[in-house]
Design a protein around this ligand. Sequence first.
Ligand code: CA
Length: 412
Amino acid sequence: MTKFRSAARAALVLTGLGLTGLGMAGGALAADAAFNQAPANAPDQRAAFAGQTRAPEVKSNVAFQVTSVAQGLENPWGLAFLPDGRMLVTEKPGRLRIVTAAGALSEPVAGLPAVAAKGQGGLLDVAIDPQFASNGLVYWSYSEPRDGDANNTAVARGKLVDGATPRIENVEVIFHQSPSLASALHFGGRLVFAPDGTLYVTLGERSITEGRMQAQDLGGLLGKVVRINPDGSIPKDNPFVGKPGARPEIWSYGHRNVQAAALNPKTKALWTIEHGARGGDELNIPKKGHDYGWPTIAYGIEYRGAPITGGITQQKGMEQPVYYWDPVIAPSGMIFYTGDLFPAWKDSLFVGGLRSTSLVRLSLKGDRVAGEERFLTDAKKRIRDVVQGPEGAIYLLTDSPEGEVLKLTPAK
Ligand SMILES: [Ca+2]
């Protein structure tokens, strides 16, 4: 069995040996390796190219340990490191905290606007400005309350003022998704700064039919990835600038609920992972102005069991996912690993799995997936975010009313 060892403060220590199946743990091995044997929800659908789904399991045979560095976070959603090694961590009900490397939680950061904390909504991702050292600016995404039950994803920024009770000053809301809808689902919400200083914001289509059917409508911001300047203005080279009837914020469209995003360190391109229907989670490389197909084309089936709106998986003019999962992992948070602590994992893509309660590793060959590996499955923790720490450790947030910050380091 996977080994759990309690320490005074570190609530959880898992041995990577057991989890990676180096002969110590038959139970963990079976659970982790079973993912490619699970029956597909849409067994008759065919991938568009070899390796688009169910890549072979590739074992990295890395021995690691997992330490719980902070506890008592209520459904933490996003994590960003400050230059001094402390972490900013959001809690979905609406609190932002500073967490020390030793796991001490600050009082909630004061000054954030109210969030619509219902269903999947609340305080979502957090990012620091590329020039944080000189301007102290922090950005966060959240579900913004509107009239009645309506709400929408929004992004705000402000200056972090440190202290016993940290606060945010000069709050500016720099982005509002529109239209607002009465739904508690599919907010997207990941924030990624591009090397040119622009900010990508990933969005959802709010799940309800009214929203879903607008994922390809360029007149609104449902089901889109948008690209804005840090002050909320529109980059002049966005694909739909000056096009009548199209929103100039849009970078790519036809998305369902994008909750993982990262820049590929080699190509500098944005990569995203979105929640699909039952059997259709997707890895995409959203290109400027391209259509990612939802809901016209999609893998998998509706969660209620019926075929998806369009009922087809390919159409000319619509991009295929680089990779898809059937069954789904329910993805949230991703990194390209670039650290030195785990040489065997360099250039791998790591994804948090909520439903799969796993950390998913994809080994890549160029822009394609060559193999898949899963970790921590037996710990039964929903993984909400994945971040690489300054020292090359991998940090995870667990999605729970008693959520934790977990840290992966090489086994001693
Ligand atoms: Ca798609």
